[in-house]
Design a protein around this ligand. Structure first.
Ligand SMILES: *Cc1c(COP(=O)(O)O)cnc(C)c1O
Length: 389
């Protein structure tokens, strides 16, 4: 029999996976990881995609991206060790945490990772003792006060001081590869990317003129948006202004990006089961085995609203409340959501739950994090659970 890919988000498959692996689950579909990767690669031709592990640091995702010829973006020793354990070529990885301890440098260098990021003079000076091996990308910040999460507040140097920082690096004998930025996650439009690309191209030109290093890399970060309850432009359309801005990049400069959410988000669903129910003030409350302290923490920390539905369908729907399992009153996933009448064991699905969900979940009240099942890593792969970390 020919081994084929299945759709693990189809109701019958969700039921089979819960029967096999229990509940709650996070189901990763590697075919959808591939589809997301290819869509972004088409939207950004000539740009090397470094999947940022942070939103979903799972071996199946890393292997799937690597098999497509993709690259990786690491930020911690744990992430370095994960890709090392999988035998990924460290030359395909960059380390982008702007603040590193000595042991973070050493662990990454030991694994063979060479490219690192800094955004301030103290951090640049840390590169001095590793300058034989470590190369530097300078992270520049472009504030977007309107963004859902403005990543340029916590990290990045002013564009005005970037050249001074580049001169410091050159003076210390550090190999300066280029400039990077991250405009903030789930960007609303590409205007910040464009502004940042244009500013970084000016910086590259000036730094090259002063011969401050090889300066052969431009890193345009992440931030590529996906559909949640709120829809966003299709990625090819979103990236059109970025493609235009990148047309001005010199031929000998390699352009890279650090997509996280776009690759992982749509490729996984969360599945939770009803543990119990109660009728309170005329509304049915359903208590699930996953909630705001688990996979749904992204509703708090990531400002995401996942499309939620019941696996069981019915025309007779009533406004209901979906609550998480913990004894904390804040642990409510959705109020006033239309649902059929559910019973214990019925399943609730959250869509687009691959990014910043399971990765940032806690085990508050000793409710364990969802079990992660990956499907379709190879044709005929109907689902497996593997050690993490
Ligand atoms: C989190 C992060 C990313 C991924 O960002 P997305 O918005 O998920 O694409 C990329 N690079 C760095 C440095 C990050 O911290």
């Amino acid at each position: 029999m020919k081994r084929r890919f299945i759709d693990p988000f189809a109701p019958a498959e969700v039921q089979r996976l819960v029967a096999t692996f229990g509940s709650p689950l996070l189901i990763i579909d590697c075919e959808r990881i591939r589809a997301q990767y290819r869509k972004l690669a088409r939207a950004l031709p000539g740009v090397d995609l470094h999947y940022a592990l942070k939103p979903l640091p799972h071996p199946a995702v890393v292997r799937t991206v690597a098999e497509l010829g993709g690259f990786l973006d690491l930020a911690t020793t744990g992430e370095v060790q994960l890709v090392s354990r999988l035998g990924i070529d460290p030359a395909r990885c960059i380390h982008t945490h702007p603040i590193k301890r000595d042991k973070d440098f050493r662990n990454a260098l030991f694994a063979g990772v060479k490219t690192f990021v800094a955004d301030n003079p103290d951090e640049v000076r840390k590169f001095r003792r590793y300058r034989a091996d470590a190369e530097l990308l300078l992270r520049v910040s472009f504030r977007s006060p309107g963004a859902v999460s403005d990543l340029s507040r916590k990290f990045g140097c002013d564009p005005e001081s970037a050249l001074e920082l580049a001169r410091l690096a050159a003076k210390l004998g550090i190999r300066l590869k280029g400039f990077s930025f991250h405009v903030g996650s789930q960007a609303r439009d590409a205007l910040k990317h464009v502004e940042a690309i244009e500013a970084c191209l000016v910086l590259l030109k000036k730094a090259r003129r002063e011969k401050l290093g090889p300066l052969d890399t431009l890193d345009i970060g992440g931030g590529f948006p996906i559909d949640y309850a709120q829809r966003v432009p299709e990625i090819g359309r979103f990236c059109a202004p970025i493609r235009k801005a990148l047309a001005g990049v010199p031929k000998d400069v390699r352009v890279i990006a650090e997509p996280g959410r776009f690759i992982a988000g749509p490729a996984a669903i969360g599945v939770a089961s009803v543990m119990g129910r109660a009728e309170r003030e005329g509304l049915w409350w359903y208590y699930l085995d996953d909630g705001l302290y688990g996979s749904w923490n992204g509703q708090m920390f990531d400002h995401a609203s996942y499309p939620i539905e019941s696996l069981k369908k019915s025309d007779d729907q009533k406004p209901s409340v979906l609550a998480g399992p913990t004894c904390d009153s804040i642990d409510v996933i959705a109020e006033n959501i239309l649902l059929p009448k559910l019973k214990v064991g019925d399943l609730i699905i959250g869509r687009a739950m691959g990014a910043y969900t399971w990765a940032s979940a806690s085990e508050f009240n000793f409710f364990p994090r969802a079990t992660v099942v990956s499907v379709n890593e190879t044709p005929g792969d109907t689902g497996k659970v593997e050690p993490q970390g």
